[in-house]
Structures are given as structure tokens and as C-alpha cells.
Design a protein around this ligand. Sequence first.
Ligand code: ATP
Ligand code: MG
Length: 273
Amino acid sequence: MSVDAPVRRHAPATSHLDQPRGTHPIELRGVRKAFGGNAPILDGVDLGFPDDAITTVLGPSGTGKSVLLKHIVGLLEPDEGEVSVFGNDIWRVPPVERYELRKRFGVLFQDGALFGSMNLYDNVAFPLRKHTQMSEREIRDTVMTHLAEVGLEAAVDKAPNEISGGMRKRAGFARALVMRPDVVLFDEPDSGLDPVRTKLLCQLIAEVHREHGGTYIVITHDIPSARTLSDYVAVLWKGKIQHHSAADEAFGSSDPFVRQFLAGAADGPLGMD
Ligand SMILES: Nc1ncnc2c1ncn2[C@@H]1O[C@H](COP(=O)(O)OP(=O)(O)OP(=O)(O)O)[C@@H](O)[C@H]1O
Ligand SMILES: [Mg+2]
């Protein structure tokens, strides 16, 4: 897809934080994080992720995108600031409530993070067996529905190492969806895939989102993926959100950094440092 291709669709309302608290399912306010006395990786991140929209978080390698994702899912605690999930500051609620809130997330990690010793069926069934009281018959219906949704119903008996990287990502996506999450996060869904598989996976993500709705957060540095998927675009660099807007506005931005980054150009304010 060329960088001039139209963006996915016009975004609803706004995604900014200048609205009452709790407007968006996920809100980060002034999030700051440093590791071991080093310069902060996140240095006052303010960002809202609206419901029923796909927000992509873009940024050069090593800027802290995965660190940001770990804050959203509650795996890392900010040094300062607040991560609010459905109106709850996740580090101010009791651990048991934080655990319950996490159940509303589906996460697709970079490599699919499947259990190597289990076939695809058991991988996708795992969250249901762990977190629900469903009978094996209900589990079967749910697992098969989601594997069919990602086109893997014929591969249920395969082990992760018997299938391609693209299939592993789709299986990971099925597992992320199986608890009917309100929020689905993807860390670089495109990594390790060729451009055609990347495009197909992005189309699948967009289709599933259209079907189920919810808050989707996609972390990537792949511009074509962002064009296919985004309702909103946030650009993270030097610890801060440098740009945050509806996708069409981001891709039409006159800001030199945003233009350079979204065009993948070598010339501009963004260097190797
Ligand atoms: N647990 C940790 N302890 C110390 N440093 C960390 C930790 N996690 C991340 N970092 C550092 O934070 C920085 C940002 O890392 P992060 O993985 O978030 O980058 P990224 O934007 O996801 O990059 P990429 O696009 O390559 O995946 C890196 O310098 C990394 O070494
Ligand atoms: Mg990363």
C-alpha cells in the first residue's frame, strides 16, 4: 500500500483528555517511568483511548512503546501519574480488583506467546478454563467460533511450532478474543511478517473490530499498518506524545517530525540519536 492511500475511516468524536475523567475506557495522565536512575522512558504521557475505535501508537524503535503497553495492562507501575481503566486508577484499587480489571483486556504479544506444549485448541481454551466456569461443551463452541473467525478451524490440532508465523499471530488473536475483552492490545502485530501477511492480519483486525467493537490499541512502527487500522494516531517520542489526533489529520499533518515519521523519510528532525 502506498503512503498516499486513504486512511481507514473517519474517526468518531475526539480522543483527547480535555474531557471529564472516565470519558475513555483507558486514560493515561502524566505517566512517568524511569529505570534504574536513567533518563525517563515515559516523561509525562497523557493519552486517552476511546471506545469503539482503533488507536495506533507509533514511534521509532526503543522509544518506549512496549513500556507504555505494559503500563496500560498493569504489568508496570508508573513512578508518577495515573493509569485509569474504566474510571479506576489501577494502582489505587486493591490487587483483587486490578486482577478483575485485567480480565477485560485481551493482549496479543509480539510472538503470539502461545504455549508450545499445547495445540491451538488448548491454547485458545486456556483462558476460559482458567477464568470461567464454562463446561467443556461451552468451551468447545467458544474456541471453535474464535478459531473460525481467524481462519484456523482446520488447524486446531496443530502445535505452535507446526504452523507459520502468520498463523501463530492469528491463533494469538483468537486467544486474545476468547474472553470477549473490552480492550484489545497488540504489540507490533506486523513484526516478523511479510507485507502481504501483515496487510491480511491488519484487515482481519479491522474486520473483527467492526464486528465486536471495543477499544483497540495497536503498537507499531509500520506506517502501512497504521494506515489500514487507525481511527486515531498517537506518536510517542522522547518520552512524550508528540502528536495525537484522528488518523486523517495525522497523515495530513504539517508538523515536520510527524510528517517525517509518517512518511518514513530520512530527512527531517528525526535522526539516529
Ligand atoms: N524492565 C526494564 N528495565 C530497564 N529498562 C527497560 C525495561 N523495559 C524497557 N526498558 C528500556 O526502555 C526503552 C524502551 O523500550 P521499549 O521496549 O518500550 O521500546 P519500543 O518503543 O517498544 O521499541 P521497539 O519498537 O524496538 O519494540 C529501551 O531503552 C529499553 O531498554
Ligand atoms: Mg516494542
